[in-house]
Design a protein around this ligand. Structure first.
Ligand code: KE4
Length: 441
């Protein structure tokens, strides 16, 4: 038994969380809601958020030293596990050479080349500092290149917090029950059409009703922000055809799915070619990186080559590039995605068996190593069906698992992620803990 209670053997215990509570009390004096991103505040599940003190592999430890098997993975980036030695070494080697230059450096060139190797649809790529910046910039580019203003997104899709995208958004706004945000000008919101996910007829009608007005369609090819909801067969292909037919830019927001559901992301997995791709999370290996890229004729509109302006002090940051490079080098090794698929399949099957054994209404969606178990008796195929899930029962599930050393996302409307650091024993512990609690939910 390790010094701290080993999460793989512990049953429910009354965790000491005094230090997290103390830090949260202090944090609320300095930070809105005590956090730097809303979904971390546990508003979707209740209780006091964990303050994490350290992370290693598939585990995190809170400020009180409690150990947890981690399926949040910092909301996706840590596909290789926390503090992977090769990622840490890359950062340690880069830091003494300086933390930021505000000038081009070799690391940006190397990471760009690797992104292009993985995503053949990307002729040119621009690094930014977050997924929000990536999607915001891609939309500005689409509008600048087409001279059009309307954007199509999908209900429950979350693409970061740029004004025009906080319309019927998923993730935090969905978790907090605030689908639209004050502060977004009505005129801006009016330029965003949010349509039902997987409803190709609605998109076809939008194009027919607004000929020549739609600059872009942006979609998560596997939604992760209403919980995991895959695109229905033919949906992405249909969007591709409509965008081609109407001269609109087809943007895949692969901030979650990029390097997650395969080396080439969802576009490779499903065989669909976007005009622009947005990346984030994994591409930075846990440091702040976003990216947007795609067709040369579009990307050549971006400053300084073209008139569409976008900039960033820390874009292409050498430490972030080093972390991203080290992470992608790990992912391009043979067998990586098969390993993730095997473990995620084991987890999905185990959780489903536990729910069925307890007679609990439950359905799961999984693509690769991202999955969500919904407490619902009906398939979840879009925002409307996702919202029918029993979020209160999910909250009870979340806390019961937390008491057993397993840390899922503090929201029904997020994804769980399996990493290369998770083992079959970790998954079996998770399933065993789930079996223990399912009847009590
Ligand atoms: P960031 O600006 O948070 O790096 O990326 C925005 C974004 C864009 N596109 C997709 C598909 C995303 O999922 C995200 C951010 N994801 C959320 C959780 N699903 C980040 C967690 C948070 O907001 O704290």
């Amino acid at each position: 038994m390790t010094a701290t209670t080993d999460a793989t053997t512990r049953t429910a215990t009354a965790r000491r969380t005094a230090r997290s509570a103390q830090l949260f009390e202090e944090a609320q004096r300095h930070l809105p809601g005590g956090v730097n991103s809303p979904v971390r505040a546990f508003r979707g599940v209740g209780g006091t958020p964990l303050f994490i003190g350290r992370a290693q592999g598939a585990r995190v430890w809170d400020a009180d030293g409690n150990e947890y098997l981690d399926y949040v993975a910092s909301w996706g980036p840590l596909i290789a596990g926390h503090a992977h030695p090769e990622v840490v070494r890359a950062i340690q080697e880069a830091a003494p050479r300086g933390t930021s230059y505000g000038a081009p450096a070799e690391g940006e060139v190397r990471l760009a080349a690797l992104v292009k190797e993985a995503f053949p649809s990307i002729d040119l790529v621009r690094f930014v500092n977050s997924g929000t910046e990536a999607t915001m910039s891609a939309l500005r580019l689409a509008r600048g290149a087409t001279g059009r203003e309307l954007i199509v997104k999908f209900d429950g899709g979350y693409h970061g917090h740029a004004d025009g995208l906080l319309v019927q958004a998923g993730s935090g706004p969905l978790t907090l029950g605030a689908p639209d945000s004050p502060g977004v000008p009505a005129a801006t919101a009016a330029q965003t059409l949010s349509l039902p996910y997987n409803d190709l007829g609605a998109v076809t009608a939008a194009f027919e009703q607004r000929p020549g007005q739609i600059a872009a369609v942006i979609i998560e090819p596997v939604a992760g922000n209403m919980g995991v909801v895959p695109a229905a067969p033919g949906f992405l292909e249909g969007l591709r055809e409509l965008c081609t037919q109407h001269g609109s830019v087809f943007i895949l927001d692969e901030v979650i799915t990029g390097f997650r559901v395969g080396w080439g992301g969802a576009q490779a997995r499903f065989g669909v070619t976007p005009d622009l791709t947005c990346l984030g999370k994994i591409v930075g290996g846990g440091l702040p990186v976003g990216a947007y890229g795609g067709r040369r004729d579009l990307m050549e509109c971006v400053a300084p080559l073209g008139p569409v302006y976008q900039a960033g002090t820390l874009s292409g940051n050498p430490l972030a590039m080093a972390a991203g490079l080290a992470t992608l080098e790990l992912l391009r090794r043979p067998g990586v995605y098969e390993q993730l698929e095997t473990l995620a399949t084991r987890l999905e099957a185990g959780l489903g068996d536990a729910a069925r054994g307890a007679g609990v209404a439950y359905t799961a969606n999984r693509v690769g190593s991202m999955l969500t178990g919904f407490f619902s008796d009906a398939p979840v195929t879009d925002y409307a069906t996702a919202k029918r899930s029993d979020a209160a029962r999910y909250a009870r599930f979340f806390h019961a698992l937390l008491d057993r050393g397993v840390y899922f996302a503090p929201s029904q409307f997020e994804a769980a992620f399996v990493s290369l650091a998770h083992t079959a024993a970790d998954v079996d512990h998770t399933v065993a803990a789930t079996r223990e609690v399912m009847r009590q939910l």
